[in-house]
Design a protein around this ligand. Structure first.
Ligand code: UDX
Length: 432
């Protein structure tokens, strides 16, 4: 059992803290938002992530997981301190690292003996150097410390499983003592650990996210060629992905990727490359293709409907992907904004993301279920691939729609079957 503090109880911090407690460690999760900490102490988890509430409650009961609004308490009672505070984007995509600097300074002030400070949030290369020099500047003379980078690769919606069964664990660390402590912390997790220097670990995180985003933009580019030529993107992706060197994952054509990681991290990575004197054309194209894909999808809706102004459009799905209530940089929200701008009336439903969407998006009819949203609509737009949408009673959908038009941004239905059912159905890169 190791004593661990996780600073920042956002998405990454909470999942990390709860999972470390679950595998047997003593964990303090710290956050400067007193209301959030008070809620967590009562067992109220402020985000929706499958299994997280149960995991938090279970480990709070076992007394392995506690919450605090004091960094001092976290630092005094733990040997390993994980930094998992937010790194939101600034105007030019650059990551705002001021929260990391503040936390590093605070940690330094309260260190009375050896501490290992581990960076978990996604950060630009060389952030470890800055954390190290900040801690050195503010710490007491006798307090020794090491720095490590241990990026997370959690996906929203399956974060706990990703933590417990990762493809690999990346640890950027130079000191032997620190390496041994991190090895002990991760011992219960059966996964290969890749040890690197701190900078390489920082780069691996940016590289992984950019590569995955590039894979999606690549398949989305191909979907445009399929659309124009009559080829079928699902078949192309299948044939492409069977080559082990390419791999079948992340080859699902869509209306574009979203979420708080891919768009933000890609922009931050582009910014770092430019600051390092390198012009990252490939990364820029990845981001550009994604923006174009949303416009392409909007044009598809326009083509299906002829005139958008005054039409009632049912949009199913608001979150950036299924099994999350997260709407940050969700393509569904972008599409709704485009449709509204073009004069459409929007009726929408999402199984989890309605509350968050209501705070961001006004002038939209939020419905109690999918069928209510569809009733009387001139067109149904599928924006997020929630599994329950693929189980819709299509005959009922047809009866409820004013016009039998479906534009599917996630390729959820078989085009031949949809035609047979009498729909005017269009999807991404499929022409049947
Ligand atoms: C991502 C990374 O996967 C994770 O490792 C990292 O830690 C954080 O960023 P996440 O943002 O939760 O995780 O979502 P992910 O499942 O990767 O999907 C991102 C976006 O890509 C979603 O909008 C999704 O719908 C879209 N996507 C994904 C596609 O359009 N096609 C695909 O084939 C896969």
């Amino acid at each position: 059992m190791e004593k661990i503090a996780v600073i920042g109880s956002g998405y990454v911090g909470l999942v990390t803290g709860a999972c470390f407690a679950e595998i047997g460690h003593q964990v303090i999760c710290v956050d400067n938002n007193k209301d959030k900490v008070a809620a967590l102490k009562q067992g109220n988890v402020p985000i929706y992530e499958p299994g997280l509430s149960q995991l938090v409650l279970k480990n709070v009961k076992r007394k392995r997981l506690i919450f605090s609004d004091s960094i001092k308490e976290g630092v005094e009672n733990s040997k390993a301190i994980f930094i998992a505070v937010g790194t939101p984007p600034k105007a030019k995509g650059e990551a705002d690292l001021s929260a990391i600097e503040d936390v590093a300074e605070e940690i330094a002030k309260y260190m009375n003996s050896y501490r290992l400070i581990i960076q978990k949030s996604t950060v630009p290369i060389a952030t470890g150097d800055w954390v190290e020099s900040t801690v050195r500047m503010f710490k007491k003379k006798h307090a020794k410390f090491d720095i490590a980078s241990n990026p997370e690769f959690l996906r929203e919606g399956s974060a706990i499983d990703d933590f417990m069964h990762p493809d690999r664990i990346i640890i950027g660390v130079e000191a032997k003592k620190a390496r041994e402590l991190l090895s002990r912390i991760y011992k219960p997790i059966k996964a290969r650990i890749v040890f690197t220097d701190v900078k390489s670990a920082e780069l691996i995180k940016h590289a992984s996210n950019s590569f995955l985003a590039m894979k999606i933009s690549f398949i989305n580019s191909l979907s445009r060629i399929c659309d124009a030529s009559g080829a079928d993107i699902d078949k192309v992706a299948q044939g492409l992905g069977m080559d082990k060197r390419i791999g079948k994952d992340f080859l699902k054509a869509s209306l574009g990727y979203g979420g708080f990681c891919f768009p933000k991290d890609l922009a931050a990575f582009i910014n770092i490359c430019e600051r390092l004197g390198y012009n990252p054309e490939l990364l820029k194209a990845t981001a550009k293709v994604n923006e174009q894909q949303k416009e392409f999808f909007f044009r598809k809706i326009k083509k299906a409907l002829w005139n958008i102004s005054g039409k009632r459009i049912a949009v199913l799905g608001l979150s950036f992907k299924p099994n999350t209530d997260d709407i940050r940089l969700s393509p569904a929200i972008d599409i709704i904004r485009m449709l509204k701008k073009a004069g459409a009336k929007i009726a929408t439903f999402d199984p989890r993301a309605m509350e968050k969407a209501k705070r961001e998006l006004s002038g939209v009819d939020y419905c109690d279920n999918a069928y209510d949203a569809i009733t009387g609509a001139d067109c149904l737009v599928l924006a997020t691939d929630w599994p329950q949408f693929s189980r819709l009673d299509l005959k009922r959908v047809k009866r409820l729609l004013k016009r039998p038009i479906i534009v599917d941004g996630r390729n959820m239905f078989d085009p031949v079957n949809m035609k047979r059912l009498g729909f005017q159905y269009s999807s991404i890169g499929r022409n049947a």
